[in-house]
Design a protein. Structure first.
Length: 109
């Protein structure tokens, strides 16, 4: 189990100028601050929809795999370089085409 001290991270003077003050204008610069901020909270004040979201993402991914045939747009090797961000996005997004499988007409009326 990992315990994160979000209070200390959000009030670290090495990360923020005047960390004790409420300054929403800090985020208007357009700079990527995702490595400094945990917007959904931790512990008892965490996102109340996180459990539901984790269940729905698995069901959605399973439905996409079962109901569609997927093909890559290009034939070049897939670039697995990571971009900046909290969720580790791909630096170069993967492009794919989908085609509905014939079974979908029987599953979804």
């Amino acid at each position: 189990m990992v315990l994160v001290n979000a209070w200390a991270i959000h009030r670290d003077p090495q990360l923020w100028d005047d960390p004790e003050m409420f300054k929403p204008e800090r985020f208007k610069s357009g700079e990527d601050l995702s490595h400094k901020l945990m917007p959904f909270g931790m512990g008892r004040r965490a996102c109340p929809g996180a459990g539901l979201a984790q269940r729905v993402v698995g069901l959605t991914l399973g439905t996409l795999i079962q109901c569609f045939e997927w093909k890559r747009v290009g034939e070049e090797e897939i670039d697995m370089t990571e971009g900046k961000g909290l969720t580790m996005p791909k630096f170069v997004p993967l492009e794919a085409m989908c085609k509905t499988r014939s079974i979908v007409n029987k599953l979804l009326p």
